[in-house]
Design a protein around this ligand. Structure first.
Ligand SMILES: Cc1ncc(COP(=O)(O)O)c(C=O)c1O
Length: 398
């Protein structure tokens, strides 16, 4: 038990969060085969969900479940050790090779999560005396990673390559430009061509976290780098996650031989942790093959995004400039975001309100995400419900 003084201080802070509409609550969400692919039972209520990162609709694909179960039966469930001890199996190795081939980089290295991949990457490459320029809307894991590395961290104005360059001025051993490929809470794409050009001109390393672009953007879903017309050689390292478009769990870093081998030797979040379960690697290999072979999933997403944006703009909702399946609707205050999400939930639609500190103060939003598991009729149902949420329209000045 915490001491009475600490307990009291924690209680006061929790009350402050509650009063500021910033308290977060988990809901229990369950899927079972009798539900539609985008449906969930949430706290006992059947809902159509618009808040998952399962962009390609693979998380409940029976082919992935079969790959996972088959490998668990014949190869066991757990890896039993870290990759460098005894935990690196043939499925991990094959998946790394396939991810390298998919992304076009010489090598790829698996991590247990995207958060850990970012910690490992920046921790291994950057140190005190280095300069890291981070987009101010980068994912928290990238910001935490560069801060933990000991380097000097400077945040630049969102999606502004010239501002990134200004942040790299001064003496340094190494310079880094670090960006999300697709911004997780806004859905817009980083100006990767301009950032790559800036990195080249200023001898900086460009690190791209494409958690929300891989599988979704570019030819065969190869991600934001290809979608921006760049080659893998334009980027020092690419981070990809496997728990979003690929429908499983985990992450990887792709890069050149020297970068990846440095991660093997130095990335603490790689070395000092148990390797992911091998059946998960088997399921991810299946997901990767399906994602490449079924372009209809990306085509459907494009159709759904266009349909949603057209409908939401007609309703006078405040959208952000996003062409990806992440389609936030601005609410402004946390209270309005909570109220709007609650109204949608009553109508059987699950959308999560996103509030500070995840996003800047005054920009609370409904983070609506679309998936190839949705039908056009699902988007229409969401739009009909949004039309009835007066709080959102009032906030938009409608
Ligand atoms: C841009 C970005 N990077 C990294 C992560 C972390 O990935 P993971 O969930 O695999 O830890 C996320 C979200 O979870 C993300 O949105």
């Amino acid at each position: 038990m915490a001491t009475p003084a600490t307990t009291e201080a924690l209680r006061r802070e929790l009350e402050r969060l509650e009063q500021a509409d910033l308290y977060r609550r988990r809901r229990i969400a369950a899927w079972s085969p009798e539900l539609g692919p985008a449906e969930l039972v949430v706290d006992g209520r059947r809902c159509l969900a618009f808040c998952s990162n399962d962009y390609l609709g693979l998380a409940r694909d029976p082919r992935l479940a079969e790959a996972l179960a088959a490998h668990a039966r014949t190869g066991g469930t757990g890896s039993g050790a870290a990759h460098l001890v005894a935990g690196h199996g043939p499925e991990h190795q094959a998946l790394e090779e396939e991810l390298a081939e998919f992304t076009g980089f010489p090598r790829a290295l698996l991590f247990s999560t995207g958060y850990m991949a970012n910690l490992g990457l920046l921790g291994a490459l950057a140190e005190r005396g280095d300069l890291v320029a981070e987009d101010r809307l980068n994912h928290a894991s990238l910001l935490d990673a560069s801060r933990l590395s000991g380097a000097t961290v400077r945040r630049y104005a969102h999606a502004d390559a010239a501002a990134a360059v200004r942040r790299l001025q001064g003496a340094a051993r190494r310079r880094f430009i670090v960006t999300d490929g697709v911004f997780s809470m806004d859905g817009d794409a980083a100006p990767l061509a301009a950032l790559a050009d800036a990195a080249r001109r200023h001898q900086a390393e460009l690190l791209v976290d494409d958690a929300h672009g891989l599988g979704v953007l570019g030819p065969e879903g190869t991600g934001s780098v290809a979608a921006a017309g760049l080659q893998p050689a334009d980027v020092t390292a690419l981070v990809g996650t496997l728990g979003k478009a690929f429908g499983t769990f985990g992450a990887f870093v792709a890069g050149g031989e020297a970068v990846i081998e440095t991660l093997v030797q130095r990335a603490r979040s790689y070395i000092y942790t148990t390797a992911p379960p091998p059946p998960l690697a088997a399921a991810t290999r299946r997901a990767l093959a399906i994602a490449r072979a079924e372009p209809w999933r990306r085509a459907r997403l494009e159709t759904l995004v266009a349909r949603f944006r057209h409908g939401a703009a007609t309703l006078g909702l405040r959208l952000l400039p996003s062409a990806t399946p992440i389609q936030p609707v601005l609410a402004g205050s946390s209270g309005v975001a909570l109220q709007a999400a609650a109204a949608l939930f009553e109508a059987g639609l699950w959308v999560t309100p996103i509030r500070p500190p995840t996003i800047p103060a005054g920009t609370a939003r409904l983070r609506i995400t679309l998936s190839a598991a949705h039908e056009e009729a699902d988007v229409d149902r969401l739009l009909e419900a949004l039309a009835t949420v007066a709080a959102l329209r009032a906030e938009a000045g409608a």
